[in-house]
Structure formats: structure tokens, C-alpha cells
Write a protein that binds this ligand. Structure first.
Ligand SMILES: CC(C)(COP(=O)(O)OP(=O)(O)OC[C@H]1O[C@@H](n2cnc3c(N)ncnc32)[C@H](O)[C@@H]1OP(=O)(O)O)[C@@H](O)C(=O)NCCC(=O)NCCS
Length: 174
């Protein structure tokens, strides 16, 4: 299954991931707190090799680029939920800090969801987020995600289990 590059609101396009962009993406994470929010299983410092290693079996890695320029400003992953056909999960969403708080995170997540509905036949998309990551929660809720519960996960080097919120969006056309 391939996800077609598609024009998005405000000129944001989804473009396929290339390992070439891994150093750029690693540079978008400016401190350990952001890395903990973005990739709690990844030990600091974030490197290009660690970004390359985020790939999941059957997962899609996507970049968001502003139409006027080919340079990506957002990264995220769309992965199948194990043994749940039609259910996908979004991981590792990050926007270039120079482009945050302009509505592009929202456009990018919206575009990822659209790819899930149109290209992967999803009926439901989930994600998990730390309760104190207010920018991310606000961004996801703007797209239409709503809270469906909480989960507790341990992330190796980060010590005891931590509480995360599970957010979900349903395919509006199903
Ligand atoms: C979360 C993230 C992707 C949001 O990207 P973004 O481009 O800044 O998001 P948007 O501009 O589309 O914001 C969507 C909403 O969230 C709000 N928001 C975004 N950042 C915010 C901040 N730092 N403080 C308060 N509100 C914020 C916006 O104001 C907007 O709401 P509004 O339309 O009412 O104004 C970005 O902050 C990021 O890359 N964070 C680091 C990595 C991370 O935590 N990823 C999420 C892992 S679950």
C-alpha cells in the first residue's frame, strides 16, 4: 500500500520519508523534555540513527512540506495496530520549531489522518500523549481527536510506569 503525495490545506503536502532527512528531524528536538514527550523510549541525545530506527513493520513514515518549498517541516508515523484491522496509530509527530504555532501541526496531523482514511482504509486512528504535553493535546483535539482513556507504560531508562492519555478519531465517512 502506498500513500500518494497530496496537496493539503494552507499548502501543506505529505511527502514520503527519506533517511536523508533524519538529521534534520533529529535537530527539531531541542531538549530532553521534548524528546521525552516525543519518543519516551529513545534515550537522549536524539541522533539521526535513532530517528531511522523508529520505523515499525508495515508502518508509514511521512513528512509534511510547505508547497512553496520542498524542505520538510513536519514528521510523523502511521502504523497498523497489531491484530486490529482498520485501526491505525500515529507516532512521533514533530514540527520544526521554526514553524510551530502556525497551525501547521494541525494541518499535518489532519493530512496524516486523511491518508489513513483514503489510502489505508482505516476506520479509527489512535495515539497516546503525556498529560502535560498541552501543545500536542491542543493540536490533536483541533483535528478532532478525543480522549478515550488512559494507559500506563514503563519506558526502560525513564524509571517507573507513567500515565498517558489515549486519544482517538473515527473516520467521519464510516
Ligand atoms: C505538538 C506539536 C507537533 C504541535 O505543532 P504546532 O505546529 O505548534 O501546532 P499548531 O500550530 O497546529 O497548534 C494547534 C493548536 O495547539 C496550540 N498550541 C501549539 N503549541 C502550543 C504551545 N506551545 N502552547 C499553547 N498552545 C499551543 C495552538 O495555539 C493551536 O491552537 P489554536 O488553533 O487554538 O491557536 C509541536 O509542538 C511539537 O513538535 N512538539 C514537540 C514534539 C511533541 O511533543 N510531539 C507530540 C508527541 S505526542
Amino acid at each position: 500500500m502506498s500513500i500518494a503525495p497530496s496537496p493539503k490545506p494552507q499548502g501543506l503536502s505529505l511527502v514520503p520519508f527519506d533517511n536523508l532527512y533524519a538529521p534534520t528531524i533529529a535537530g527539531w528536538v531541542r531538549n530532553d523534555r521534548q524528546l521525552a514527550w516525543l519518543a519516551p523510549s529513545t534515550k537522549p541525545p536524539l541522533t539521526a540513527a535513532k530517528v531511522v530506527g523508529w520505523v515499525r513493520p508495515q508502518g508509514h513514515r511521512l513528512l509534511g512540506a510547505i508547497k512553496a518549498t520542498p524542505i520538510p517541516i513536519a514528521y510523523g508515523e502511521l502504523n497498523p495496530m497489531k491484530q486490529e484491522p482498520g485501526h491505525l496509530w500515529i507516532g512521533h509527530v514533530v514540527v520544526d520549531p521554526n514553524y510551530r504555532q502556525r497551525g501547521l501541526g494541525r494541518d499535518f496531523v489532519e493530512a496524516i489522518c486523511q491518508a489513513g482514511w483514503d489510502d489505508m482504509g482505516a476506520d479509527r486512528i489512535s495515539l497516546i500523549v503525556f498529560p502535560d504535553n498541552l501543545p500536542a493535546i491542543k493540536c490533536y483535539k483541533k483535528v478532532g481527536f478525543h480522549e478515550v482513556g488512559e494507559e500506563h507504560h514503563a519506558f526502560g531508562h525513564r524509571g517507573p510506569r507513567q500515565r498517558l492519555l489515549r486519544l482517538e478519531i473515527i473516520n467521519p465517512l464510516r
